[in-house]
Design a protein around this ligand. Structure first.
Ligand SMILES: [Zn+2]
Length: 259
């Protein structure tokens, strides 16, 4: 196993987020300690139900990757299954399910409260990414699983379905996005460990940002996007509203981690 260390700021940011959210709940709802188990139970119920629905939709609309052993029916899917097994071994990750979902976007995500967690890759990734870049993406998603982001995020996603005041909802959103962005840096480290190459990690990140970079035009587009990501007020505000850090910062964090 070669699991990397978590991004150092992640845990303090998570604790600060919990403090902010807990404080807001106490102030806005007069929440007392004995209500917390009730809120948690409702959250688990909401999240579990949403997960089950999402899983059923994937079973209908997406292609399931054979992650335990090759089936000999589809070479591409068998190769993906092998990558999943390799990444699991590298990161010491629990069993997962993986689906390829139809989409126009280049993206991936993971969800689940109990085991196995589910990793979903959008179909265009298979066209534009090579094996190492795909391993970065699979490793990144497994990073979210091994660092505990997946179940926490799935649980907190259930919070969106709970009634709260607009002010509280805005504060929750900002706080969780701050933590989400820190989690991305940890997951990128796992992706880097899974694919074994900082260069491939960076090209995978660039493709997640702009799509195909295998053409001269695509590469130019990616470099232009990364170049624009400076510390201007507009970019910094945009990042505060986002659950992902700027690509340029993620690349820099990977380069710094490599040293
Ligand atoms: Zn992520």
């Amino acid at each position: 196993m070669n699991r990397p260390a978590r991004y150092p700021s992640e845990t303090p940011i998570f604790l600060a987020t919990l403090l902010v959210v807990g404080g807001v709940l106490v102030v806005t709802t007069g929440l007392t300690v004995c209500v917390i188990p009730v809120i948690l139970a409702v959250l688990v119920m909401f999240s579990y139900q949403a997960n089950q629905d999402h899983h059923r939709t994937l079973m209908r609309q997406a292609i399931r990757v054979p992650v335990d052993h090759p089936t000999g029916e589809n070479e591409t899917l068998d190769k993906l299954g092998e990558m999943v097994r390799e990444c699991r071994y590298t990161l010491g990750c629990e069993p997962v399910e993986m689906f390829i979902a139809p989409s126009q976007q280049v993206n991936a995500y993971t969800f689940g409260l109990d085991s196995p967690k589910v990793i979903v890759l959008y179909e265009p990734m298979l066209q534009i990414m090579d094996a190492d870049e795909l391993k970065f993406v699979i490793g990144h998603e497994m990073g979210h699983i091994v660092f505990g982001h997946t179940w926490l995020n799935t649980l907190l996603g259930g919070m969106a379905g709970m009634p709260s005041s607009l002010g509280a909802a805005i504060i929750f959103t900002f706080a969780f996005r701050w933590w989400n962005r820190a989690c991305e840096y940890s997951a990128d480290r796992a992706g880097r460990a899974a694919c074994g190459s900082t260069l491939k990690s960076i090209s995978a990140l660039a493709q997640l940002a702009v799509g195909d970079i295998n053409t001269a035009e695509g590469l130019k587009r990616a470099l232009a996007v990364i170049e624009r990501e400076d510390d201007s007020l507009e970019n910094v505000l945009g990042e505060v509203l986002s659950d992902h850090p700027m690509i340029a910062k993620r690349i820099k964090a990977l380069q710094d981690y490599q040293r």
